[in-house]
Design a protein around this ligand. Structure first.
Ligand code: NAP
Ligand code: MG
Length: 496
């Protein structure tokens, strides 16, 4: 095709002079699996009705249609699950040889791969994220975490040389809605490898893939009670934190709830790790390859609708390149496809819940009120479901709420700097410290910035890349403890 013909087949993008390919819909099928109409709690290797005899509806945030009914676990159910986990720990799992533990974990990994297509579709339908992300990121990474930690199960003495390594006991694990299956994998895989038993509490809005994982765990023949999954809302998580016989709490979620959990666990025997919020700086120097940086910025904030704790939500641009960066950013967001998450071409899917949408809207209004200038794509949004158009702000002040508070949506704040020192000072001016990005051609500058940025993960000339072998976790109010890598085993072992 000639260049002219190619151009004629492009349609103008909505926001600016940007061009956007006009693709035909390409919907992922949903008829290759069947969901249960109702899911019970997974306790002691069986699905059991909740004590409350209450089930809540879990929806597809892109359509507001009900996907399934899910059990509302209460303190009685949590107690039942913890007792099963304790029994399985004392009687079975702590006595299971490390290489046997590894086989079970491998089996779970293989079954996730086998059922990857259904898991990806359900992750998309329950959470709102584009199918290309659940298919290419969430589910493969979840399997990779189980594979990786299966490999550690019989090598713990190499992870902690010259120490005696013992499991901690019963772990209570609480996860959020932005990477439902992946967060379950991050929590379960290292805990199992180290010989612990578990009670897992998925997020209220995204429980379905955790319950599919419960079915996988049954199929893998994991001894009953080693993994228990209790669905419910915040109160269910609070009951797990409050339970006397839980030895360790691992929490991923908001800083606010994390602080509450830290207070509740204070003075108890419980070990604690917290993975909390973030307000990551993504820093672009004037020598950076600009088009590559634009892709990294886009991936950093619009990936998964910005429902990413390590999202690059504060963009720091060196003043000399502000104009081209803003122009390119404006053109590029105009080409993002927002819409049906099941469409393989969709870049930006649905916001996870009405509550999250309202939080994003409120913070965006505060940005306008505080005088920042807003750019938003004028794409047409579906009428049902929860949607927010990709947005960025320029002229943002350091003290503006949109520069300080976590928005957890597809909203970027653009700020400027002149010198590396100024970039560092501004980037570190946040209570959070989860992640950061640096874009520059100079290797020495990357190393210098990485030493001085107060963040647990720093990406150089890339963004939002994950691997089971790399530890992940925060500084400051982004929490403590690491997940992933050999470091991710530490919270699940006692060393002597
Ligand atoms: P959230 O409200 O803190 O919830 C996280 C989990 O905790 C959910 O399962 C939630 O249940 C449960 N929960 C709520 N109140 C609780 C309580 N008092 N005691 C114990 N558990 C409780 O956070 P979210 O709104 O689901 O997720 C968004 C936040 O998570 C963002 O701030 C984001 O930065 C953070 N996050 C951090 C990371 C990380 O790795 N650092 C990863 C992902 C997300 P319900 O769902 O029923 O409320
Ligand atoms: Mg919540």
């Amino acid at each position: 095709m000639s260049e002219l013909e190619t151009r004629e087949r492009l349609t103008p993008g909505p926001a600016s002079s940007a061009i956007q390919w006009d693709y035909a819909p390409s919907l992922e099928a949903t008829d290759h699996f069947k969901l249960e109409s109702r899911y019970d709690l997974f306790i002691g290797g069986k699905f059991v009705a909740p004590h409350s005899k209450r089930w809540f509806q879990t929806i597809n945030p892109a359509t507001e249609e009900t996907l399934a009914e899910v059990a509302e676990g209460d303190a009685e159910d949590v107690d039942r699950a913890v007792r099963e986990a304790r029994r399985a720990y004392e009687k079975v799992w702590r006595k299971t040889s490390p290489s046997e533990r590894a086989k079970y974990i491998f089996r779970i990994a293989r079954l996730i791969q086998e059922k990857a297509r259904a898991l990806a579709v359900v992750e998309t339908m329950n959470g709102g994220k584009p199918i290309k992300e659940s298919r290419d990121v969430d589910i493969p990474l979840a399997a990779a975490h189980f594979f990786y930690y299966a490999g550690w199960a019989d090598k713990l003495e190499y992870a902690f040389p010259n120490r005696n390594v013992a499991p901690v006991g019963v772990a209570g694990q609480i996860i959020p809605w932005n990477f439902p299956l992946l967060m379950a994998a991050w929590k379960l895989a290292p805990a199992l490898a180290a010989g612990n038993t578990i009670v897992l509490k998925p997020a209220e809005t995204t429980p379905v893939t955790s319950l599919m994982l419960a079915q996988i765990i049954q199929e893998a023949d994991l001894p009953p009670g080693v993994v228990n999954i209790v669905t419910g809302a915040g109160a269910t998580g609070a009951a797990l934190v409050a339970h006397d016989d839980v030895d360790k709490i691992a929490f991923t979620g908001s800083t606010e709830v994390g602080k509450r959990i830290q207070r509740a666990a204070a003075g108890t025997k419980k070990k604690l790790t917290l993975e909390l919020g973030g307000k990551a700086p993504n820093i672009v120097f004037e020598d950076a390859p600009l088009d590559q940086a634009i892709e990294g910025i886009i991936n950093g904030i619009y990936f998964n609708q910005g429902h990413v704790c390590c999202a690059g939500s504060r963009l720091f641009v060196q003043e000399s390149i502000l104009e081209p960066v803003v122009r390119k950013l404006r053109d590029r967001i105009g080409t993002l496809r927002v819409g049906n998450p099941l469409d393989k071409n969709t870049d930006v899917g649905a916001i996870n819940s009405r509550a999250q949408l309202e939080k994003i809207q409120e913070l965006v209004s505060s940005g306008v009120e505080e005088g920042a200038e807003m750019y938003q794509t004028s794409c047409s949004l579906p009428t049902r479901g929860f949607w927010f158009a990709p947005t960025f702000f320029t002229g943002v002040g350091q003290s503006n709420r949109i520069a300080q508070e976590e928005i957890f949506g597809p909203v970027l704040s653009v700020l400027t700097f002149r010198t590396p020192e100024e970039a560092l000072e501004k980037a570190n001016n946040t209570p959070y410290g989860l992640s950061a990005g640096v874009w520059t051609e100079k290797g020495s500058r990357i190393l210098k910035m990485a030493q001085k940025l107060r963040a647990g993960v720093i990406w150089a000339n890339t963004y939002n890349k994950f691997d089971p072998t790399s530890p992940f976790g925060g500084f400051k109010e982004s929490g403590f403890g690491r997940e992933g890598g050999v470091q991710g085993l530490a919270p699940y072992v006692q060393l002597s």
